[in-house]
Structures are given as structure tokens and as C-alpha cells.
Write a protein that binds this ligand. Structure first.
Ligand SMILES: Cc1cc2nc3c(=O)[nH]c(=O)nc-3n(C[C@H](O)[C@H](O)[C@H](O)COP(=O)(O)OP(=O)(O)OC[C@H]3O[C@@H](n4cnc5c(N)ncnc54)[C@H](O)[C@@H]3O)c2cc1C
Ligand code: SF4
Length: 329
């Protein structure tokens, strides 16, 4: 049995200082991902600093119309909060599409964003995996990769990021507030997660011991017309094969503004800037939606086992936009 220390601190700076002295330590949120990985032998922290009751667990209104979600807010409470449901429905929908009621009661906002990939080889310590053990190789490329990435992959890793919430937050240009050994900083949600490149062991740009304290959603009046659509193997308790988070601002059948991010297709939430650009100022019709989806997916590099994800992502994006535009399915 592996032993580890368990600590709590009464202050954010105290928690950060505890991890600064423990290069193999980790923060503990609800533990619904980290503790599983410890049981599998994938994560082996020698210190857990429990921050679930330390960081804010509240959703609150910001001056100017934005909303702040405390990093410790349980996923279920965030999904149910009136400010989130009314102003950013896709955030609520993304949360409710993930895990189970019991897990969502325990899981925190920050922990959700930092959960690790569900690539089966990452979770199996008997196999080669560059993300778990850099330099050992990637078992998925020649192996089982049906659920894995089609965009932004590298020869070292083709994993996908599993969080549904992260996809909705990336579409909304949310920002992540952190407190680390170097002080406080604000990171754009689209910059928080990384593409794998030659260093797939690094999921995010966070430094060791950098604590997420809150997520800020900017004011986005047109996000009331937003939707999160998730395609998966079964209707609940399954990760996304493909997901689309989209918000659209329409006037007289023309797209004034639009925000789109894709999930289940890359090592990070995939913000569809190319599709957004093509849609702005154009007609809100099926043909334009299809052109935009195809442009976004033009650089997809699927593997034999997951080529189906390219048409699936295209069709899911078109269907989501049609739903939002009130057109035929
Ligand atoms: C069976 C099952 C099905 C699931 N299905 C889905 C799904 O469909 N979609 C989906 O999105 N998720 C799904 N999940 C994942 C679930 O959402 C995550 O396990 C959960 O959100 C993680 O939150 P947590 O607070 O328990 O994180 P923890 O397990 O406590 O931590 C996860 C990571 O975050 C770090 N961390 C925690 N808090 C902080 C902080 N404040 N600052 C910095 N680092 C921090 C930890 O060190 C750790 O690395 C599923 C999980 C299970 C077990
Ligand atoms: S895809 Fe990434 S996580 Fe999966 S085996 Fe390859 S290196 Fe590991």
C-alpha cells in the first residue's frame, strides 16, 4: 500500500505553500477523478491538500452582468443555479450531461476542468503511454482509438480531453482565476488546456501548485440562446464521442455573432474560430452551417478507428446551429 499525507489549510496562500514544498503533491477537490487514478496506480501523490472547502463554493453575479463560479462549487449546484441556467444554459446542460447525480454532487468546478483523459491506455499502467510515462510510446495510435482525437493530435499522443463543462466555458470566453507560488493570475479558458505536441504529460498551462479559485463568465446576452449537444454511446454515464457548445446572435435571419466549441475531438476544448468567422454576417441557413462545419474540420487527421468522428462532428454542429436558429433538423 502506498502511503500519503492528507492536509487542509485555513488559507489559500497556506494551501499553495504546502504544495510548493511537495513536488509530488496534489490538490484534492471532490476526489472523483484523482482518487480513482490513485487506486489504479496512475497518480501517486505523496501529499493531498484538500481544497474543497477552502475555495468558494458559490455562484455570484459580477458587476456588469457576468457571473463568477467558485472553484469549489459542486457541479450539481452550478448546473441548477438560476444565474447559470438563465444566462448560460449551455453551461448547465454540459454539466448535466456528465457523470451521474451522485458524482455531480461531489465533483467541483475546478476538479471537473482538471480531470484527466479517459484514454484506456492512460488508465492501464501495464501499457505504454507517453502521457502517463513520457518516452514510453503511445499504445492508442496502433491500438484502440475509437474514442480519441481527430484534431490537433501529435505523434506522441492522440488523447481527448474529457470535461464537458470545459467545452461550454471555452465557447463563452470564460476566464480562470488562479493563485500560485508566483501570485495570482487570470487565464483564458481557451488557453488553459494544451494540445499534446511533444509533451503530452502536460494537460494544461498551470504550474505545479497553482490553485484554481474561480471561473468568470463574461456578460454575453446572446448566450441565453445557447445549447450543448453531446453524442455518446449511451444516453447517460458516458463521455462524449463528439460534443458541440454553441451560442448564436441572430437578426432577420443573419448571424450577427456566434460562439462555438467542440468536445471529444481534441486534447483540449476545440474552439471553432474558423467556423465562427465564416458564419458571422452570413445567412443562418443549413448550407452556410454545413460550409462552416466543413471548414472547421478541414484539418482533421482521423485514424482508421475514429474516422466516423469527422462526419459526426460536422452533422452535430449543423444540427445544433439549426436548433438554435429555429430551423428544420
Ligand atoms: C463514472 C464517471 C463518469 C463520468 N462522466 C463524465 C462525463 O460524461 N463528462 C464529464 O465532464 N465528466 C465526467 N466524469 C468526470 C467527473 O466530472 C470528474 O471526475 C469530476 O468533475 C472531477 O471533479 P473533482 O472535484 O472530484 O476532482 P478531483 O478528482 O478532486 O481532482 C481532479 C484534478 O483537479 C485537481 N484539482 C482539484 N481542485 C483543484 C483546484 N481548486 N485547483 C487546482 N487543481 C485542482 C486535482 O489535483 C486533480 O488533478 C465522470 C466521472 C466518473 C467517475
Ligand atoms: S493517446 Fe495519449 S494518453 Fe492515450 S496512450 Fe497515447 S499517449 Fe497515452
Amino acid at each position: 500500500m502506498r502511503t500519503f499525507r492528507y492536509e487542509r489549510s485555513s488559507s489559500v496562500s497556506g494551501a499553495v505553500a504546502l504544495l510548493a514544498e511537495a513536488p509530488h503533491g496534489a490538490f484534492l477537490g471532490g476526489g472523483t477523478n484523482l482518487v480513482d487514478l490513485m487506486k489504479l496506480g496512475v497518480a501517486q501523490p505523496d501529499l493531498l491538500v484538500d481544497v474543497r472547502r477552502l475555495v468558494s463554493d458559490r455562484v455570484e453575479e459580477l458587476p456588469g452582468g457576468g457571473v463568477r463560479i467558485g472553484a469549489g462549487t459542486p457541479n450539481s449546484e452550478c448546473a441548477a443555479h438560476p444565474l447559470v441556467r438563465q444566462r448560460y444554459p449551455m453551461v448547465s446542460q454540459a454539466l448535466l450531461s456528465g457523470a451521474s447525480g451522485q458524482l455531480r454532487n461531489l465533483a467541483t468546478t475546478a476538479g471537473n476542468l482538471l480531470q484527466r483523459t479517459r484514454c484506456p491506455y492512460f488508465q492501464d499502467i501495464t501499457t505504454a503511454c507517453n502521457k502517463r510515462e513520457p518516452g514510453t510510446g503511445c499504445s492508442a495510435i496502433e491500438g484502440h482509438h475509437r474514442d480519441l482525437a481527430i484534431l490537433g493530435t501529435s505523434p506522441e499522443c492522440v488523447a481527448t480531453h474529457p470535461s464537458d463543462l470545459a467545452v461550454a466555458l471555452a465557447a463563452l470566453d470564460a476566464t480562470v482565476r488562479t493563485h500560485g507560488p508566483g501570485g495570482e493570475r487570470v487565464i483564458s479558458m481557451t488557453e488553459l488546456h494544451r494540445l499534446p505536441g511533444p509533451e503530452p504529460q502536460r494537460d494544461t498551462v498551470l504550474q505545479h501548485g497553482e490553485l484554481i479559485t474561480a471561473i468568470d463568465l463574461p456578460p454575453a446576452p446572446f448566450a441565453t440562446r445557447s445549447h450543448f449537444r453531446k453524442v455518446r454511446d449511451r444516453a447517460s454515464y458516458a463521455f462524449a464521442l463528439v460534443a458541440v457548445a454553441a451560442a448564436i446572435d441572430l437578426a432577420d435571419g443573419v448571424v450577427r455573432d456566434v460562439r462555438i466549441a467542440l468536445g471529444g475531438v481534441a486534447h483540449k476544448p476545440w474552439r471553432a474560430y474558423r467556423a465562427e468567422e465564416l458564419l458571422r454576417g452570413g445567412p443562418a441557413d443549413e448550407e452556410r452551417f454545413r460550409q462552416a462545419a466543413e471548414a472547421e474540420l478541414a484539418d482533421a487527421r482521423p485514424m482508421p478507428g475514429n474516422a466516423f468522428k469527422v462526419p459526426l462532428a460536422r452533422n452535430t454542429l449543423v444540427a445544433t446551429l439549426l436548433d438554435l436558429a429555429g430551423g428544420p433538423r
